[in-house]
Ligand binder design. Sequence first.
Ligand SMILES: Nc1ncnc2c1ncn2[C@@H]1O[C@H](COP(=O)(O)OP(=O)(O)OP(=O)(O)O)[C@@H](O)[C@H]1O
Ligand code: SF4
Ligand SMILES: [Mg+2]
Length: 370
Amino acid sequence: MTSPFESRGQDADELLRIEALTVDFVSRAATQRALFDVSIGLRRGEILGLIGESGAGKSLLGNAVMGLMPRNARITSGRVVLNGRPISILPAKELHRLRGKELAMIFQDPQTSLNPLLTIGNQLIETIRTHTTQSHKQARAQAIDLLAEVGIAEPTVRMDAYPHEFSGGQRQRIVIALALCVEPQVIIADEPTTALDVSVQAQILRLLKQLCATRHTAILLITHDMGVIAQAADRVGVLYAGRLVEFNAVDRILLSPQHPYTAALMASIPSIVRRPQRLSQIDGTMPRLGAQFTGCAFAPRCAFVSSACDSIPALLAGEGGGGGGVACWHPRSAHAETPPAASSSPSPLTHDALSNLDDEERAYLSSLAT
Ligand SMILES: Nc1ncnc2c1ncn2[C@@H]1O[C@H](COP(=O)(O)OP(=O)(O)OP(=O)(O)O)[C@@H](O)[C@H]1O
Ligand code: SF4
Ligand SMILES: [Mg+2]
C-alpha cells in the first residue's frame, strides 16, 4: 500500500516515522490483526493528533512506538524510525534506555505515574538522577525549574508536597514535568486530558503546545475527542479499525474532511460546536478485532458505499498538496454532497455534518485550529 508519506520520502523536520506498521495479537487459537500498514510521520516541534473511536488501535500504536506493547502483540511488518534509526528492532534493554532518554509517555490518569508515598520533589529528583549524572543539589534545582515551567506556583515550597495535595490538573502538570526530566525528543501523550474538566483540559493542552514551541518536542497526542484535536493539534491522523484512513493539517481535517468517517467524527464535537443537536452521531459500531474485510472496513457504516468499495482503498495523497491523504474511493472532493443512489442503507452519516455548519460555526472552528 502506498502512503503519501512513503511517496514523498523523509521530511527534513521529521523526527519519528512509523513505516507501514502492522501489528497482530497472537494466541494459540488465532492471530488477530490490530494495526494494518500504518504509516505516519511526526515532525520536530509539532503536535500530531491521532484520533479514532475506542478500540481503533490508538494506544497500541503509541505503545508500539514506545516498545511497550502487550506481550501477545507482535510487529509483523513495518518499523518505527527515530532520527533515522530503526528502533522497533532494538533489543528490550536498548529500548528501555531510549525510553529514559529520547522518548517519554504521558497517560490519561496521572495517579498511575505518581508514587503516592513520595513527595513530588523526591520523585522528580530521583528521575533526574536516574537518567543523568547530576548531583542531588543540581537535580533539585532542575526539578524546581521544571515545576515552574509546567506552571506550578511556588515550586520550591511545593517540592515537599505529596501527590494527593495537588488537584487533578496540577498532578497532570507534574506528570508532564516528570516526562521532561529526561528532555525527550518525542512525547506520546495518551488521552492526557480525558480525566480533566474542560477548562483544566484547555490549560494542559496550552502547556503541551508551549513545550512544542519552546523545546521543539514532538508530541503524538492520542485522543477520541475532536475538540482536543481542534485546540492542540498541528496535523491529524484518523485511525479506524486499525487503519489510517485520513491524514492532514488540522484546519483541513476540521473544515474539509475527506473521509466519511472523519466527517462523522466532526459530527461528534459538542465541545466545540455550539449547536450539537444539529449534528449526527456515527451510526453502527466499529468492526471487532479480527473481522475480515475484502474491501473497505468502513463500508457497513458508510452512506457513500459503492461497488468500488469492495476492494481496499489505499491511503493516497490528496489533491491540492499539503501532504494530506485519504483512504476512500469516494472522498468528499470527488463527489456531490449527497450519497450516491446505489447506497442501500439510509445512514444518517453524510458529509453534510460539516457542510451544514454556518459561517459563525466555521469561523469558530477555524479560530480553534489556529
Ligand atoms: N492484550 C491484548 N490482547 C488482545 N487484544 C487486545 C489487547 N490489548 C488491546 N487489544 C485490542 O486491540 C485493539 C486496539 O486497542 P487500543 O487499546 O489500541 O484501542 P484505543 O484506540 O486506544 O481505544 P481507547 O480509546 O478505548 O483507549 C482493540 O480491539 C483492543 O480490544
Ligand atoms: S465511500 Fe467506500 S471507500 Fe470510502 S469510506 Fe465509504 S465504503 Fe469506504
Ligand atoms: Mg487507548
